[in-house]
Design a binder for this molecule. Structure first.
Ligand SMILES: Nc1ncnc2c1ncn2[C@@H]1O[C@H](COP(=O)(O)OP(=O)(O)OP(=O)(O)O)[C@@H](O)[C@H]1O
Length: 296
């Protein structure tokens, strides 16, 4: 599978979560994706899984794909086995084969005792085992795992490690996100990190994300964000004219300047320093606002 110039933003005015992503996922590759919270890892995985479409760019050569989402929809009206059998049939298996495979995967992950338990009564860890089983049942050519180890007990985690090894050895490509950098570390063929909306090769060094400042501003209801915001700024607009912009600290002045010089200017309500609680404007911020006003 190949991604060419792929970008994703949520909403026409939303900031780009991913942009200019070019990526090859050859058969049999074990690929790790890392990045800070909210950097866009799950967004990338959903695009790879084919359950979300890029806002720009192309995805070509899609293989048969299965996906273990970060959050499993456990409120469906099925038992664990009923759900897996149903999905097996969706994937084109005969009922008896689907049930047999479902039982085998539940057994392998230590959840056979919960085959008849309704999904909504399963513990978080057992739900996660069902989520993993539904993906494996499909015998995918590409498997996408979004924090699939989270919530699993030690044995099931080891089983998932083993399963991933077997799959990649048999030519299945596996792309995964996991908060533990040691997860499958020795076996990884390709590692990337999402940073500033770009997908970068991960050299294995620990990259501290640049501290981000949050600027809360109010403009005219329905007004678009002003031009001139830095590329790495992320903004959320609400219908009443409120905007929350986060930006690496080094570029916060550029954001403030763009907001204050807009016509009509935006009112800056708070500037939140990295790691700090939301605070009203400090004296220094106010003097900046005054300077900004004079600049106009
Ligand atoms: N459906 C959506 N609608 C609007 N914004 C979204 C949606 N999904 C994700 N986002 C935004 O896209 C950005 C990236 O989110 P994503 O979940 O891909 O990050 P992540 O790296 O997986 O985060 P985490 O490590 O916390 O799981 C965030 O700012 C998030 O708020």
């Amino acid at each position: 599978m190949h991604l060419t110039g792929v970008g994703r933003r949520y909403g026409a005015l939303g900031p780009w979560v991913l942009r200019g992503v070019d990526l090859d996922v050859p058969p049999g590759t074990l690929m790790r994706v890392s990045g800070a919270n909210g950097s866009g890892k799950s967004t990338l995985l959903r695009l790879l899984a084919g359950i979300d479409a890029p806002s720009e760019g192309r995805v070509t050569g899609r293989p048969r794909t299965a996906y273990v989402p970060e959050r499993f929809p456990s409120s469906l009206p099925f038992t664990a086995l009923g759900y897996l059998t149903h999905l097996g049939r969706v994937h084109g298996l005969r009922s008896a084969v689907a049930t047999e495979r479902a039982r085998a995967w539940l057994e392998r992950f230590g959840a056979a005792g919960h085959a008849r338990t309704p999904l909504r009564e399963l513990s978080k860890g057992t739900s996660q085992k069902v989520a993993v089983a539904q993906a494996l049942l499909a015998e995918p050519e590409l498997l996408i795992l979004d924090e699939a180890w989270t919530g699993l007990d030690v044995d099931a985690r080891a089983e998932l490690d083993r399963t991933v090894g077997e799959l990649t050895a048999s030519g299945v490509a596996v792309v995964y996100v996991d908060h533990d950098p040691r997860r499958l570390a020795g076996a990884v063929d390709a590692a990337y990190r999402v940073e500033g909306a770009a997908l970068l090769p991960d050299t294995g060094q620990v990259h501290e994300p640049a501290p981000r400042v949050t600027i809360v501003a109010r403009g005219r209801a329905g007004a678009p964000l002003p031009a001139g915001l830095p590329e790495d700024a992320r903004a959320e607009l609400d219908a009443a004219g409120g905007a929350t912009v986060t930006v690496p600290a080094a570029h916060s002045d550029t954001v403030l300047r763009a907001l204050l010089r807009a016509e009509p200017p935006w009112h800056i309500r708070a500037v939140r320093e990295p790691e700090a609680e939301p605070s009203p404007l400090s004296y220094a911020d106010l003097s900046y606002v005054e300077r900004g006003a004079e600049d106009r």
